[in-house]
Design a binder for this molecule. Structure first.
Ligand code: NAP
Length: 271
């Protein structure tokens, strides 16, 4: 193993990823002498690339689509959220071992609490729309709150039933449209509405609960059709940019054991 420490993002495609800017600019500002690299790898080259990275001095990776599950067999250990979700989006070499983490839920929660100046989500009636990798991580993060009721709406009901035990109700996206005004917090976690399909939304609705929060984890566009629908009806809205910045912020603090300024990172991608 050579001595140059390797940090980077692994996925495909990576053209629009904002992580390289967030990482490299923050390294410069904080005298972290590392270059954050892009490993854009085709599926047929994935195994070879992972075996190569394992033998090299890889210290930290951000894992993105389509490898968040595929990477599991190449790791030595998993943290509790990665175990619970079966999805890894961060890798850190600790005492020689490659450890997989899932920061999606923590990053989403920190971003939400900060944005709306909330201490916790106790007593909230919550609807999660979609139940993929990022969503599961958010779901496990939500379980820490008191008296919080979680309903889940997904295209495939069985997939949800097979992966979680603690929930109030599971129903279809159509059903969610009818019931949306019951919720204090609605979290949109499907890729529907992401650029270039910016006019699409997983649900369309005509009434919201007064004061309700609508959080979409998509950040491109910054206001999805789902968020526009909610804002038009008086809902409070938030997009996925804070989740992305929180994730990059948390990973730098873990990898380099260094405190870095969150607002500086936020300013790097203010759109
Ligand atoms: P994923 O694991 O592929 O999950 C996709 C979810 O969306 C599943 O529940 C799936 O339903 C549903 N879905 C997909 N296409 C659908 C369609 N045409 N109609 C109805 N439902 C559909 O994806 P993920 O990794 O969780 O990512 C989801 C989104 O979050 C992506 O847009 C991603 O870019 C974004 N994201 C943002 C951040 C951030 O930092 N802001 C972090 C992670 C992810 P089924 O279960 O029925 O298949």
């Amino acid at each position: 193993m050579n001595n140059i420490s390797i940090y980077g993002i692994l996925g495909n495609p990576l053209d629009h990823s904002l992580s390289p800017i967030l990482q490299n600019e923050t390294y410069k500002k904080n005298s972290i002498d590392v270059e954050f690299q892009k490993f854009q790898v085709k599926e047929e080259q994935f195994e070879q690339e992972m075996l190569k990275l394992k033998t090299q001095n890889v210290k930290g990776l951000i894992i993105t689509i389509p490898y968040k599950e595929k990477i599991l067999p190449y790791l030595d250990e998993l943290d509790i959220t990665a175990k619970n979700t079966g999805v890894v989006n961060i890798v850190h070499r600790i005492n020689g071992k490659l450890v997989g983490f899932n920061f999606d839920g923590k990053a989403w929660l920190s971003g939400l609490l900060q944005h709306f100046n909330l201490q916790n989500l106790d007593n909230k009636n919550v609807l999660i729309i979609g139940f993929g990798g990022a969503s599961k991580s958010i779901y496990f993060e939500l379980l820490q709150f008191n008296n919080l009721k979680i309903d889940i709406a997904n295209r495939s009901i069985e997939k949800v039933k097979n992966s979680v035990q603690t929930y109030n109700q599971i129903f279809t996206l159509k059903e969610a449209e009818k019931r949306i005004a019951e919720y204090d917090l609605v979290i949109q976690t499907t890729p529907i509405g992401m650029w270039p399909n910016i006019d699409e939304s997983p649900i369309y609705f005509s009434k919201v609960k007064p004061g309700a929060i609508f959080s979409d984890i998509i950040y491109n566009p910054t206001q999805t059709a789902f968020l526009k629908n909610a804002a038009h009806l008086g809902g409070q809205i938030q997009n996925g940019l804070s989740m992305l910045v929180q994730q990059n912020h948390k990973v730098i603090e873990m990898w380099f054991e260094k405190k870095v300024n969150y607002e500086d990172m936020q300013n790097l991608i203010k759109i």
